[in-house]
Design a protein around this ligand. Structure first.
Ligand SMILES: [Zn+2]
Length: 187
């Protein structure tokens, strides 16, 4: 897999120049992303680009398939520091949480309530290939579960309580920001 990507250029070259975030309807969002067998030298560059794209879109998490790369890499930042995880694997989950409503940068404007585990224990690699283990709770745990789902072709609308799915207007989003309510898409 890594070889295939290297033959076709640097990882970050796969990101689209205009409108880099892949939107709902693109088949890459439904694919099972490939495991990174060996972390290539340009992974830090990819992760940095993903961070820039995520922050520019006011997002708190982003998965590689959302930037047109079907590989198992996620990044997130819920205000506790930027983190990348290559080949994230959720080893343990406990508890449950329902708030705040989720959104997705690939489905801009849509929100809904998703039941998630309150605490997750994740293992994977950092962007340099060094093993890492993370215990996350609350919002960070929610984002990790949302982004890891992307790697299996699962979107939050698949898991959301259907009755809560709704389109958010720009006005409502402004209000939510004032109230300090976090969502995964604040455009
Ligand atoms: Zn998403």
């Amino acid at each position: 897999m890594t070889d295939m990507l290297q033959k076709t250029g640097r990882l970050a070259d796969h990101i689209r120049k205009d409108d880099p975030i892949v939107k709902y309807g693109d088949p890459i969002l439904r694919q099972i992303a490939k495991k990174v067998v060996q972390v290539p030298d340009d992974m830090p560059e990819l992760v940095e680009r993903m961070g820039q794209i995520m922050h520019a879109a006011n997002g708190v998490g982003l998965a590689a398939p959302q930037v047109n790369l079907s590989i198992r890499v996620i990044v997130y930042d819920v205000g506790e520091g930027f983190q990348a995880i290559v080949n994230p694997q959720i080893l343990r989950m406990s508890g449950e949480q329902f708030d705040p409503p989720e959104g997705c940068l690939s489905l801009p404007g849509l929100q809904g309530t998703v039941k998630r585990a309150e605490t997750v224990f994740v293992k994977g690699l950092d962007e340099y290939g060094k093993p890492l283990r993370i215990r996350a709770e609350g919002y960070a745990a929610r984002v990790i579960q949302h982004e890891t789902d992307h790697l299996d072709g699962i979107l939050f609308i698949d898991k959301a309580d259907k009755e809560t799915l709704h389109w958010v207007t720009a006005e409502e989003e402004d209000e939510e920001e004032e109230q300090g309510i976090l969502s995964m898409t604040r455009e």
